[in-house]
Every structure is written in C-alpha cells, then in structure tokens.
Design a protein around this ligand. Structure first.
Ligand code: GLC
Ligand code: GLC
Length: 648
C-alpha cells in the first residue's frame, strides 16, 4: 500500500509538467486551481491504486493514465462557475442529503410534461409536493421504437430531440437548482445502444471501436460464458449474446439485443466513459444513478454479476468525480441479493443506493400481513456506513423482484422458493382473495422465476376496489398506499415517489397496442401523467385527494422532527405479528412509529408503550393530541407516530 502511495505521488509529480504543456491557459496561481490541486493530490493515490488493479497489466498503462488525467483537467476547466461554487458548498455540508426535508420524485419527461420545457413549467407542482430531488428518466438520444425506455443510449451528449436539446437540459438543471431541487439523471454505462457512434463504427470494421465491446467470432466463448449467466429478459430474448451480421461476430448483450455491453477490461473504455460521466456532471446533475452496476465486469466461469472488479471500477469513477465534479453523488442501482446490494454502498463508491429489499418486503408484508421478514431485514440490514443513505421507494419504472435473503426467510420457517411463487400468484391476482392487479414480467418457464409489473395503486388494491365499486375496499387500498409510503418517510433515507403514485395512478393496459412495447409488461406502470385527475388532489373526499393530502400530512410531520434525519433507528418487538414498530430517537426525544399491516384493528397495550419509553404519556403526532399512558387502537393499515412526554 505505502509502495503504491509513493509510486502514485511520484507519478503525479511527473504528470504535472505534462498538464502545464497540455493546458497552457491554466492560471496556476489562482485559488480555484489550488482547490482543484488539493483534491487531485488527495484523491490521486486512491485512483492510481484502483487503476493499477484494473489495468496494471496493460503495457500502455501510463499512457492511459496520462490521458485520463487530461480528461479530468479538461472537464474541470469546462465546469461552470456556479457548479464549482456548488462543489464548495457541498464540501462544507457533506451530509446535506440526509436531511428530513429530502423528498425525491421520478418521472419520464415525455409522459409527465411532454418535454424539458414542460418539466420546467411543472416546478410549482414539485414544490407543492415538497420535492427537492428530481430523477428524470433517460432522456439522451436513443434508437426510435425499441429503446428500453431510453436505457439504450446512442449519445451521452445529445438529448432525445423529442424532449429538447442539451441547452434546454442545462437550463432546466440550473432552474431546478435555483429552486432548491437537485437534478438526478442516469448513467447507463453498462452498455450503449447499437446506434452509438462506437457501435456503428465497430459494425463498419473499426477495430478500435470493436474493442469497446465484447465481441466473439463464434459461439465457443459465448457458450462457455453462458453456462454461468442469468438471463435478464428470458421471455423476449433468451441468452446473453447477439449475432451481428455486419461484423459476422457475436456481441455481449446482457439486456436487449440492441444494448451492447461495454468492455471495461479495456482501459480506453474507462477513459471514454469517464469523460461522458463528467460531461453529464457538468450539465448540473447532482446525483448520478449508476444503472445496472452489477453487470459491468465479466469473468469466465462466474455469473458475471457483482464481481469485485465491478466495485473497483465504480470506485475509480467515484475518484474521478471527487476530483473534477465533487458535488455529484452516485446512486447505485443494484437490484440483487441484499448482501450484494450493500457492497456498493460506501463513501468512496456509491453514497446512495436504491433499497430494493425494503421495497420488496413492503409488498411482501401487505400480501402476508406478517411483519416478520420486514422486521428482520430492517434489524439486520438497514444501517449504512457514515456518509451514505438509502433511497427508499415502493415503485419505480421497473418490475418488482423478490430479492430477499433465502437464509433470513428460512430462519423464519419460510421456504423462499414456494414463497416467491406465492407472491407472484398474489400480485398477479391469481391467488384467491388477492386485492392486487399486477402482471407477470419475464416469467421463465425453465426456472419458474417471475417478477411483477403494476402501479402502486393497482398492486395495493385500488383498481379492483374501484371496479367493484366497494367504498370499504377503496378505503383499504388508499390506506395500504399511505402505509407503505409512510414507512419510506419515517424509516430513514431519501424517500422517492414514482410520480403518479401520489394521486393513485392505475395500470394502463394500452401499451399492448404498441408493438415496440407489447412484450414488456413494465409499460403497464408507465402511463402518461393524468393532469385532469391531479386536479382533484386538494379534495380529500376524492381518491386522488385522499392519497395526496395523506402524503402531505405525513411529510409535514417528518419535516418537523429532526429525529427523522439524524435519529437512530431501533426496531422493536410489538408482540403482534401484524404490527411493525420502530423508534427514531434523537437526544431525549423518542418517536415511536407503529404500523398496522392488517385490515383488522389491532390494539397495542399501555404496557408495551411504557416498555418503549412512553411512561409519562405521549403526543400523537398524527392528530397532534396529548395523551396519558394508555392502550391505543390501530385502525386497519394505520400508521401512527407517538412522541414521548417528559416527566415534568
Ligand atoms: C436498469 C433499468 C432498466 C433497464 C436496464 C438496462 O436495470 O432500470 O429499466 O432495462 O437497466 O439498462
Ligand atoms: C434485473 C436487473 C436489474 C434491472 C432489471 C430490469 O433485475 O438486475 O438491474 O433493473 O433486471 O428488469
């Protein structure tokens, strides 16, 4: 290690004069340059060591290192002054994203507001909801027709012309920033589309570009790799390789045949993608969603998921960002086993991560009415390293996969295989008595595997209840929606709302009429935002209003209590299989959160409340009323928040 540090320092000192010659315009006496140099000196040893691990055996290692350094300096020079100011501001308050005021939203630009200018006009709506983190789904140039919802990028520097152009995007980012809203975009870096310039050149015979991808002259290696690979979209496209006639070669395509996996074993690919990453950072992006992190490194004989080198790669991108655009955070999208999800989360890798386990287990708990698995997961897995946070969500644009730990299930006597089958039956409505209206996604007849599509409201029973015109069921569905959102809000982390869910958007089956979408049931939960319905959001007697105002009420409670940002989380035993209980405590303040996951009333005894610190009585934060110690009754699917009173 110290050897490497020495070597890194020596290398850097030899690179300085090269920077001077390459960038004569730099004023090396300026304060700005000094700040940059400080970061470079601090971070370079880490970057050097990571690259040495990844590319040390390449004969032109130092050449690529020098090129990377030039990229870093050039992109830093191109960074606007207000973003450099933001870099300083974030450095002074690195925990900014852990505040209890944080609230995220995610939407497709076209489906929500037609185009980027339309999004700008919706800023008042975002503010009404209290959003300060806005994830816009992929908006870069992509193939017409089939493009996996934009996850097949043809250029990281051009906006999809239907949505606007790069200047609109920059302007939007800065408008959002001035309103206190951080822009979040995807970095789809596991693959490019087959229409990306590199892919096009590769097809034309350019060998340098061909080496940017994993290509093979025949099936020998693909077959050997496939022995250990999981199919991601088995229904649509079995296998992980696609034959490209123009090249007369097979190319690695983990996802769809038009999404070509990048070859990060090639140091040039790392450098090129580092440049694209910094370009996106310089647009004013504050959180970068790293797409499909699990798949970025391949090695024969392994599943090619979550390999150690995948982590080194992300850490190297993190180091590059720390030097050139430090305000930007990484969010990991690893929808894998919870042990693996956790490995992507650290200050030097991804500071933020989706929480797919919480998501899956909230739905699990609604189906079973048993909090056991959720409780165990929160106990064992919710705590994160310092400087990191979960992004908690109940729905996103993707399917729901049941990624809980089989071992933890077994500890509770649950057979994971059977249980996943049950959950799939339940959420596709095949299970008798189910309230849910979901669709299967990528059912694999070979393995019996499936995932679930559907909007939050349809999965929570609203669609069925409305069809049946049952007031009682409608009410239950609304409370299920509020309950699971309540857990997101109070458990700690950044809650992320899939926009549309706040007004109870139902499944939209019209995707079946579009041949580019018909085979992908995820489109059922990607409808156009219904602004007509959204108008009812202030009327609590409407379905939309009951959900919207219910959310606002919980948000107001959350933002009034710092215990929800800095407070510790303790999961408690409630002596009741249907009630999840936890405490957020900060100083002498304790807030007890009790969530009833059943459609029946449940009683919590005074003794239990005493046991968890409410002996002098409590304030019920949902009604803002004060009570002496007493038993309380939780209504169906009710979430309640009780704050301790002190003796005097
Ligand atoms: C991510 C996206 C998903 C996409 C895949 C391939 O998992 O969330 O929508 O299909 O990556 O880019
Ligand atoms: C798989 C991948 C995940 C992706 C999803 C798309 O589950 O692990 O990254 O979002 O497929 O459906």
């Amino acid at each position: 290690m110290t050897d490497h540090i020495n070597q890194a320092q020596l290398t850097l000192s030899r690179l300085y004069p090269r920077i001077q010659t390459e960038f004569p315009q730099i004023d090396m006496t300026s304060a700005e340059w000094n700040i940059f140099m400080q970061r470079l000196e601090e971070t370079f040893p880490r970057l050097f060591e990571l690259l040495l691990h990844l590319y040390g055996s390449s004969y032109d290692f130092f050449y690529h290192l020098e090129q990377l350094l030039f990229v870093i300096v050039r992109m830093w020079l191109e960074r606007d002054a207000d973003l450099k100011a933001l870099d300083q501001q974030r450095a002074a308050d690195p925990a900014w994203f852990k505040s209890n005021q944080m609230l995220g939203g995610v939407c497709y630009v076209d489906l929500f507001a037609k185009n980027l200018n339309g999004i700008e006009k919706k800023i008042p709506y975002f503010k009404e909801l209290g959003l300060n983190y806005l994830h816009l789904m992929p908006l870069f140039k992509c193939p017409d027709g089939n493009n996996d919802g934009g996850y097949a990028v043809s250029s990281y520097r051009e906006v999809n012309p239907a949505l606007g152009n790069i200047n609109d995007l920059k302007q939007l980012a800065s408008r959002l920033r001035s309103e206190g809203i951080s822009l979040v975009l995807d970095f789809v870096f596991n693959h490019t589309s087959d229409e990306h310039e590199w892919a096009l050149k590769a097809k034309q015979g350019d060998l340098v570009c061909r080496d940017f991808y994993w290509t093979f002259p025949d099936r020998q290696l693909p077959d050997a790799y496939e022995r250990n690979l999981r199919e991601i979209f088995p229904q649509e496209r079995p296998g992980s390789f696609t034959f490209i006639p123009e090249m007369n070669r097979w190319v690695w395509t983990t996802f769809h045949s038009y999404q070509w996996d990048l070859n990060y074993a090639n140091p040039m690919v790392f450098n090129k993608m580092a440049e694209e990453l910094l370009f996106i950072a310089n647009l004013g992006v504050e959180v970068l969603r790293l797409d499909a992190v699990a798949f970025i490194w391949k090695q024969m004989g392994t599943s090619c998921e979550n390999l150690p080198e995948a982590h080194l790669l992300i850490q190297a991108f993190n180091a590059v960002t720390r030097i050139a655009a430090p305000a930007m955070l990484f969010k990991s999208e690893a929808i894998v086993h919870p042990d693996e999800v956790a490995k992507y989360i650290s200050r030097n890798e991804c500071q933020l991560s989706y929480n797919p386990l919480l998501m899956a287990l909230l739905w699990n708990t609604l189906a079973t009415r048993q909090v056991n698995l959720l409780k165990l997961a929160l106990q064992n897995r919710h705590k994160l390293p310092a400087g990191c946070a979960w992004v908690n969500y109940v729905r996103g644009h993707d399917d729901i996969g049941w990624t809980f730990s089989d071992n933890e299930a077994a500890q509770l006597g649950i057979n994971a295989y059977d249980h996943r089958r049950f959950l799939n039956d339940f959420y596709t409505g095949r299970f008798q008595g189910s309230f849910a209206r979901g669709l299967p996604f990528q059912e694999n007849p070979r393995t019996g595997d499936a995932r679930i599509s559907g909007t939050c409201a349809s999965l929570a029973g609203l669609e069925q209840a409305l069809d049946e015109k049952s007031e009682e069921e409608i009410n239950l569905a609304i409370h299920r929606i509020l309950l699971i959102h309540g857990i997101l809000l109070f458990v700690g982390g950044i809650p992320l709302i899939y926009l549309g869910d706040e007004i109870g958007t139902l499944n939209d089956y019209t995707y079946r009429d579009d041949p580019a979408k018909a085979k992908d049931s995820r489109w059922v939960h990607r409808p156009k935002f219904d602004w007509q319905k959204a108008r009812k959001r202030t009327d609590p007697t409407s379905v939309q209003g009951a959900i919207f105002t219910g959310l606002q009420k919980m948000l107001a409670i959350r933002s009034a209590h710092t215990a929800f940002s800095v407070g510790d989380l303790t999961i408690i035993s409630t002596d009741n299989d249907h009630i999840l209980g936890f405490i957020r405590s900060h100083g002498t303040k304790r807030i007890l959160v009790l969530a009833n996951f059943s459609e029946n009333e449940q009683i919590v005894s005074a003794n239990l409340l005493r046991l968890y610190g409410l002996s002098f009585g409590f304030v019920d934060l949902t009604t803002n009323t004060q009570h002496p110690l007493k038993a309380i009754t939780l209504k169906p699917y009710q979430i309640t928040l009780l704050q301790n009173l002190s003796p005097d």
